[in-house]
Design a protein. Structure first.
Lengths: 390, 519
């Protein structure tokens, strides 16, 4: 049980539980003496510990958020080298993070739910990063020791849909569940172990408590049947998108002028970030799949305006590589450049309406200048296409 | 003030549908150009979608200024655009917002429901840039082809060869469907059509075929239907509008079905997509589907479109079992544009501004429950929205009783019973808050909910994937309340039903609006 922070307050706020599993001793590449024979090519993961650290750091940096203050933060992480994190006291010693095995996860969830129930208006925030297996509407989240019991491997997994149903029974109105795991099928495991037990629900559901106006919102990293990707030495795609979303790409301006991040735009922001990475790093695209978003849950207020990524290209596409791009706000030139070796020219701008120009210095380029006027730039991503004529 | 008509440019199979949600913001730019603010001045508004649908857009009055409009499409896509309202203008201002297009016109309804990606997304996947392209581009741009471009090129080349391999396999799989056909089953009739017996836990099936029989029942007729249109990635056919063999499109039949309720002998129909001498998915066909809306064809049955696509490999491949992890996926979409927005919002799980969605189609859906399938979709949206928002202004008057009528009046359809069971669980929760933990009224309400959910299991597979989820969650809650030691027949029946629903849930494709099992 690694509670990095708990202010003990019963005032409304955010209670976070982060679980990352990068080390699976019984799967491919693991060091267990008796590896799990039906590993389905699942092995060790590089990104989850990095994602756990990055998210924990984000919450630590924003713990003083006045409108949604952090009340508690607990993390569990299985990594090749045990993770240690600096506690919230900068002068205190580094804390060794407990591994994400079933015993620790059960204990952590129990404590976390108790903390969340200190106030019915709290936000319960759960993030899991590791292997996942989908079976229709159920998703098993694999914990560190998955495969330790070859006769009952899912004993070391979380049955996520059941966990969600159980959490809906708790007295916490706002629930945001972020699942950063694959949703591939495993006919082999389903045939061998059946559908009855997909994992531990961790939280039992009472009959009537489960349906009081709970906002239970789920954001899965990938669509059913697809993979959620990691990047060596970097947080997962989903975690990168989530961090970008929290930093402003999921924000929208309120009537009082502030920019607020809510869950209403979370999936759009994560998907926009994934699309940006796919375009710029030529990696596979991945789609965040939201569920149960009726009205947005407030997550974070920005101190200023967000910076919005902008992708500018020409139509036809051939002209993009030859163009000099510029961006103007009224009479002011704000930025200019070429696309270099990327398929679009990229810049980052504050939300507003801008003019974009594509011009061609060389006559042999064969295109005339093109212009797009007063194009809106708002989070999460603005795409601008400038039509140019030969 | 200027009358502004906002509409979304996007082809749909009908001329226009009221399907998108829009919010309008005034852009306040104080002197100096700093601290620009967005102030919401309208929304959510139901906006028409289609080609040249400006005449159907309800006008809103706006003073001169700069504005921004944010539009949410049923499948979840968000589009943002800006417009200016000029000073001293009495003319009507038409603002067209451009949403992403579907890959083909014949896939426009599927795209509206979110079942197929946009044309642009497909092109982005299918034409990744090769290393050669990047090098050429880098030279043209006057920069050297550096290491990042090389690394990108390696990825891109691999993605392109993967895509070509997938396209070839997809073409072969879909061509095989042209020979074998997509099979439409008609299952044995009656309100207890499935061969399930939730009261006998010892009789729960042990095989996949046993489970299918448990949920579907026996087959009365089968009709192969071959794709009528296809490309390398998608094949589409139409089924219905009538349940084959059992119904004739006579006025008498219409009256019988849509005014007096489903006759006890009516059938349920399903489709099966064959794959390598086996079947890869089975799903419900909501037939007959009476057209929603107030037009001249309102109430007349329309066909059901069935689109099949071959999906690229998933994460895992089982070493040694030799089966490709790629598989065929099927999507059901009624040829009823007025119902598509509701189905799209239900499928995407995006109930933001559910009031507006319901208000746009309340009259045509709720009145007389002429289309019980569409009404069931609305019932789910109501239960979901009420659960989160507490109330809905635009829900049908006395919607609790209205859902009761849906549950009792259409014994072929499990979804009405599921929606009512869920509402009763909500009511039990409310009563417990009012009366205290040991409320007798709450306990009675839980028992009523139990009866609804067990009745739904007896009726067979829910028509909507959302219903499967509510069924399994509701039964899990009730069984959890019984406790493991409870050996009463009702508790045993509930546990058995929960097991059956869990099997169903673990095969239900959550991306599909209508229940489709991946086998």
């Amino acid at each position: 049980m690694t509670v990095l922070f708990d202010d003990g307050s019963s005032q409304p706020g955010v209670h976070v539980l982060i679980i990352g599993v990068g080390r699976y001793p019984y799967l491919r590449g693991g060091n267990a003496p008796k590896p799990f024979p039906h590993h389905e090519n699942m092995g060790q993961l590089d990104s989850p510990p990095v994602a756990v650290r990055a998210l924990a750091e984000w919450f630590r940096l924003h713990a003083g958020e006045p409108t949604a203050p952090l009340r508690s933060l607990e993390i569990l992480c299985s990594a090749p080298e045990p993770l240690s994190m600096q506690g919230f006291d900068p002068n205190g010693p580094a804390v060794a993070v407990d591994p994400a095995d079933l015993d620790h996860v059960e204990e952590a969830v129990e404590g976390w739910v108790e903390r969340c129930e200190r106030n019915g208006d709290n936000l319960l925030l759960f993030y899991f990063c590791g292997h996942g297996i989908a079976s229709g509407q159920e998703q098993s989240l694999l914990l560190q020791d998955f495969g330790r019991r070859p006769q009952h491997p899912f004993k070391d997994a979380i049955a996520f849909s059941q966990l969600r149903a159980g959490l809906r029974a708790r007295k916490v109105r706002n629930q945001c569940l972020l699942i950063d795991a694959c949703r591939g099928f495993s006919p082999t495991l389903l045939r061998r172990y059946g559908a009855e037990y997909a994992g531990s629900p961790l939280v039992a559901a009472a009959v009537t408590e489960a349906v009081r106006g709970t906002r239970s919102q789920v954001f899965r990293a990938a669509e059913l049947g697809t993979a959620a990707y990691g990047m060596t030495g970097r947080p997962t795609l989903f975690a990168q998108g989530l961090l970008a979303a929290l930093d402003g790409s999921a924000s929208w301006q309120q009537d009082d002028g502030t920019w607020r991040v809510t869950t209403a735009r979370l999936a759009d922001a994560i998907n926009a970030h994934a699309a940006e990475l796919a375009l710029l790093d030529a990696i596979p695209t991945q789609f965040c799949d939201p569920e149960g978003v009726v009205e947005g849950i407030f997550l974070h207020a920005l101190p200023g305006e967000p910076k919005v990524p902008v992708h500018v290209r020409c139509e036809p596409d051939d002209a993009t590589a030859l163009a000099d791009f510029a961006c103007r706000l009224g009479d002011r030139d704000l930025d200019h450049g070429t696309c270099g070796d990327l398929p679009v020219w990229t810049t980052r701008l504050a939300p507003d309406r801008y003019d974009f120009v594509a011009s061609f210095a060389a006559v042999e380029a064969g295109y005339r200048q093109g212009l797009v006027q007063r194009r809106s730039v708002v989070p999460p991503l603005a795409r601008v296409s400038i039509r140019v004529l030969p | 003030m200027t009358a502004v008509r906002l509409h979304v440019d996007k082809p749909v199979s009908a001329g226009a549908i009221l399907g998108a949600l829009g919010w309008v913001y005034r852009v306040d730019e104080p002197a100096g150009g700093s601290n620009r603010r967005l102030v919401q001045v309208a929304g959510p508004l139901a906006l028409p979608v289609g080609w040249d649908v400006r005449d159907t857009a309800p006008p809103i009055s706006l003073p001169p200024g700069e504005y921004m409009v944010r539009v949410r499409m049923p499948a979840g896509e968000e589009v943002v655009d800006g417009f200016s309202v000029p000073a001293d203008s009495d003319a009507t201002l038409d603002v067209a917002i451009e949403a992403s297009a579907s890959p083909h016109e014949w896939l426009s309804d599927d795209h509206m429901m979110g079942a197929v990606p946009s044309d642009a997304a497909l092109r982005a996947i299918s034409v990744p840039r090769s290393r050669e392209d990047l090098q050429v581009q880098a030279r043209r741009a006057g920069t050297a082809a550096g290491e990042p471009a090389e690394a990108r090129g390696r990825f891109a080349a691999r993605m392109r060869s993967d895509w070509q391999r997938h396209t070839t396999a997809s073409r072969q799989r879909l061509a095989a469907l042209t020979d074998a056909g997509i099979v439409a089953w008609v299952v044995r009739s009656g309100p207890v059509a499935p061969d399930n017996n939730a009261g006998s836990p010892g009789r729960l099936p042990r095989s996949e075929r046993g489970w299918l029989r448990y949920w579907l029942g026996g087959i009365a007729a089968a009709q192969p239907a071959t794709p009528t249109v296809s490309d390398d990635l998608f094949a589409r056919t139409q089924l219905g509008p009538w349940v084959p063999e059992l119904l004739e499109p006579t006025p008498a039949a219409l009256r019988q079905i849509f005014d007096e309720g489903m006759p006890a002998g009516a059938a349920r129909s399903y489709f099966v997509v064959p794959h390598d001498d086996d079947c890869t998915c089975v799903g419900v066909l909501p037939l007959p589907w009476p057209q929603v809306g107030d037009g001249p064809d309102s109430g007349f049955p329309v066909p059901i479109g069935l689109t099949v696509r071959y999906e690229q490999a998933a994460r895992f491949s089982s070493e040694g079992d030799g089966r490709s992890p790629s598989r065929l996926r099927a999507t059901v979409s009624p040829a009823d544009p007025a119902a598509l927005p509701l189905l799209g919002y239900l499928g995407s799980g995006n109930f933001e501004a559910a009031d507006t969605v319901i208000a746009a189609s309340r009259e045509s859906l709720a009145r007389k429950v002429r289309n019980p399938f569409a009404a069931a979709a609305m019932a789910y949206v109501i239960t979901e929205a009420v659960e989160s928002l507490g109330s809905l202004d635009s829900a049908p008057k006395d919607w609790n009783r209205w859902i009761g009528a849906l549950a009792d009046g259409w014994p072929m359809i499990p979804d009405g019973a599921i929606a009512r069971g869920w509402l009763r669980l909500q009511e039990a929760s409310r009563l417990e808050r009012v009366d205290g933990e040991h409320s007798e009224r709450a306990a009675a309400m839980v028992e009523a909910a139990r009866a609804d959910l067990l009745e739904a299991v007896h009726r067979g597979m829910p028509y909507y994937a959302h219903g499967v989820q509510l069924l399994v969650e509701g039964l899990t809650m009730i069984a959890g309340g019984d406790g493991r030691q409870d050996r009463s027949p009702l508790a045993r029946e509930t546990r058995a039903a929960r097991t059956a629903c869990r099997w169903l849930s673990m095969r239900t494709d959550p991306r599909e609006v209508f229940t489709t099992l991946l086998l």
